[in-house]
Structure formats: structure tokens, C-alpha cells
Ligand binder design. Structure first.
Ligand code: CA
Length: 416
């Protein structure tokens, strides 16, 4: 796509006209504005209606992304996006040549504060990164096959806590929890000593289903709004002690950070790819259509309080997921449970097969046995310390541009 905008966008920007992701922000003058991002600007969607630049619909009563979804699901959001695309297209003079209108609808990114893009009724976390599952299996169950018998038959997941999902920039408080030392007989309660990140992608639901009516795998993309980066914070020492037999609980529910921009499925369409070969073939209700995965390049950087710049610690790609997002949504609803607008589904940790491509410190440091050295300062890290900042970035590479997610960056702070 050689589309160009009259808004100048750097070639390494994550937000060219090919992207136009949606988010929610506050400014000095307004709270809770739905906006689209282009380069270093945001487009105020409600102002587009007020000024008559795009035709009004009932969905714009407050200008929130929820309302667009309630009005017409994914289609309505994409209708708005394509109207914004037309207005920003290089050859369209309507907004380009009207300074007064421009000042009403276009705001510099520095003048707004991003917030959670949509109300999140539920947060669900899968375990679809096969290399991560296999690496963890080898570490925690060295005498058994790395993958449990169910792994290649269903996307393993659990229902988490939506209330602790935060947007990039909000600090993460080191949680307290119950842990037990290798030679201890009884546990103690206090701040986790093994605070970790998990590199994941997430999708938001744009339209739900009625109870008793599963979403079919071939229809799943129609129910999705778009994707964000997810850092699913984890307290490994708490997790190790609490997780059997029912799975993750407090070790995961204290915080989850997401990037502020929902990159739409329309923008991601050119980057859909076939996933890993599934062997054995999935049961019929999980048989996915072709190109159910995405080619998203991912990186993780760590910046300690002493360092002046972040250090790259992981580079991988979302193609390393074994189970696709359509399979996850089809599986979640296969028992008839209803899902709702704004439900957030995280993929599970995305890791490649070699060191340097692992999406968690648990794997990068092999359970804390092989510390990472921060080259600039000589410091060592097994798990995260107070003052550390963890940054995740992701993008799809186009021909001369990037369709990106921006970043999810959060600093760890201790208890005060
Ligand atoms: Ca996770």
C-alpha cells in the first residue's frame, strides 16, 4: 500500500496512515476522548462528528470505543477508521487546507494523556506460546515430557482479573505474597523476590455472543476489535507455591500492563500469516481458517535506575504462538459461555526457541541461574528490581513503513 497522508509521519513511526489505531485519552479540556493516532497527532473522533467531517451515527453519543462497538461491533469501528483515512489522505483538501478545522480535530500527542482504551469486563490469559510452555515444563518438571498431554489438543488458559489491567506508563507496585524457600517447612508472607514480565499480545472483543451460542472459529475474527501489547506481570516465587492444583492466582492478578493503542484487524490484515503446523490436527471446532496468525515483530528492553538507556533483552515474533486468537475465542465460548465487548484476551508468553528470543526472565535467566548483565553499568539481573523499567515494542514491517503498537513501558516500584 503506497497511501500517504498530508500529516508528516517519519518512516520509523509506528503510526502511518496505514495504521490509524484507536485509543482513549484525556486532555486539558476534555476527559475520555476517543481518538485515532497518526504520526505525532491524535484525531478527536467526536470532533469529527461535531464539525460534520464524518456523518453522525447513534454510536457517537459520548465518543467512546465501547459505544462504537455497541452500535456496530468491529464493522462500525472500521467504518470510522476508513472515514478518518479518507480525511487524512494526501490528496484530500477538506481538512488539509482548513486550519480552523484542523485545530479543532487534530491534537499533538504531547497534549493528551492516554488511558485504558475500553472498559474491560474480563481478562483471560492463555498459554499459547509453545516454546514458553516447553521451556517452563523443562524447568519445573525435568523428569517429564516438557508439554503436558493436553497442550496440543486445546489452548490452555485461565480467567484472570480485569480490575488490575493498567495502561503503559503506570508504575507497577511490587506485590506481597506467600512463598516458601527450598529448605523451609513453612511459608512466609512478604514482597516477591522474583518479579517477572511476560511478553504477550492481546485482543479485545468487539461483539459478544449469547449464552449457549458459541462463536465459531471461522467467525472469530468478526468478533474482534484489534490487538494490543500485553505485559502480564508475574511473581514467580508466589506462583511456584500457589499454582497447584488449580493454576495461577495471586501471582498473576496484581497487575497486567497494555499498550494504549488498539491496532485494528483492518490495519493488520496484510500481516496475517499461517501459524506453526499443528500436529495432531485440532478437533473440528478448533480448525482454524488459513492466515489466522500475525507477523508481528516484538522486542523487550530493560532499563535499570542506574542506566541511562534501555538494553535489548529479547527479540521475537508473534508467529511463535501455537494456538491462534480465533482458536482461543472459539475454545473459550465452546461451552456456551458469553463473552462481552471489551473482554481482553492475552496470548500467553511469546518466546522463540533460542536464548535472546525468550519472552520472560524466568526463561532468559533459566530460573535465575544465569543472570543478565547490563552492559552499560555492569549490574546483574535475574528478576526485576525496584526502579527497573520494562519496555515492550511491537510492529508489522510494511514496505517503507511500520504498522506498530507503540510500546508498553512500566517502572517497578517497591512498597513504601
Ligand atoms: Ca501470562
Amino acid at each position: 500500500m503506497s497511501a500517504k497522508s498530508w500529516v508528516e509521519v517519519d518512516s520509523d513511526s509506528h503510526f502511518p496512515i496505514q495504521n490509524l489505531p484507536f485509543g482513549m485519552c484525556d486532555s486539558e479540556h476534555a476527559e475520555g476522548m476517543a481518538v485515532c493516532r497518526i504520526g505525532d497527532f491524535v484525531v478527536d473522533i467526536f470532533a469529527l462528528y461535531e464539525t460534520g467531517l464524518i456523518p453522525a451515527t447513534d454510536s457517537m453519543a459520548t465518543g467512546s470505543i465501547e459505544e462504537m462497538c455497541e452500535y456496530g461491533g468491529r464493522k462500525e469501528v472500521e467504518r470510522v477508521r476508513s472515514a478518518v483515512f479518507d480525511l487524512l489522505e494526501a490528496n484530500n483538501p477538506r481538512l488539509r487546507d482548513d486550519e480552523g478545522l484542523k485545530s479543532q480535530v487534530l491534537l499533538p500527542i504531547e497534549s493528551v494523556q492516554m488511558s485504558i482504551p475500553i472498559g474491560i469486563p474480563a481478562f483471560i490469559d492463555f498459554y499459547s506460546g509453545i516454546n514458553h510452555a516447553s521451556n517452563v515444563g523443562k524447568m519445573f518438571r525435568p523428569d517429564m515430557p516438557p508439554l503436558l498431554p493436553n497442550y496440543r489438543h486445546l489452548p490452555v488458559g485461565y480467567n484472570g482479573r480485569a480490575s488490575s489491567v493498567m495502561v503503559s506508563g503506570e508504575p507497577v507496585l511490587r506485590p506481597n505474597g506467600q512463598t516458601i524457600g527450598a529448605n523451609d517447612e513453612t511459608p512466609t508472607f512478604g514482597p516477591t523476590k522474583e518479579l517477572d514480565f511476560e511478553l504477550e499480545m492481546g485482543f479485545f472483543v468487539a461483539s459478544g455472543n449469547d449464552m449457549g451460542h458459541p462463536i465459531r472459529v471461522e467467525d472469530a475474527f468478526d468478533h474482534m476489535l484489534g490487538l494490543v501489547l500485553v505485559n502480564d506481570w508475574s511473581a514467580r516465587d508466589v506462583q511456584r507455591w500457589e499454582y497447584q492444583p488449580l493454576g495461577p492466582f495471586l501471582a498473576k492478578s496484581f497487575a497486567t500492563s497494555i499498550s494504549p493503542w488498539i491496532v485494528t484487524l483492518a490495519a493488520l490484515e496484510p500481516y496475517r500469516v499461517d501459524g506453526l503446523q499443528q500436529e495432531p490436527e485440532a478437533l473440528p471446532y478448533l480448525r482454524q481458517p488459513p492466515r489466522s496468525h500475525f507477523d508481528i515483530q516484538l522486542e523487550v528492553l530493560l532499563k535499570t535506575a542506574q542506566a541511562t538507556k534501555p538494553q535489548l533483552i529479547c527479540r521475537t515474533n508473534s508467529r511463535e504462538l501455537y494456538w491462534s486468537m480465533p482458536q482461543q475465542l472459539a475454545h473459550q465460548t465452546s461451552n456456551g459461555t458469553p463473552v462481552e465487548i471489551g473482554d481482553l484476551y492475552a496470548s500467553g508468553t511469546i518466546s522463540g526457541a533460542e536464548l535472546g528470543t525468550f519472552g520472560s526472565l524466568l526463561e532468559l535467566t533459566h530460573r535465575g541461574q544465569n543472570p543478565i548483565t547490563i552492559e552499560e553499568t555492569g549490574e546483574q539481573r535475574t528478576f526485576l528490581e525496584d526502579g527497573d523499567e520494562l519496555i515492550m515494542r511491537g510492529w508489522c514491517q510494511g514496505d517503507g513503513f511500520r504498522v506498530g503498537f507503540g510500546e508498553v513501558a512500566s517502572k517497578v516500584i517497591g512498597k513504601t
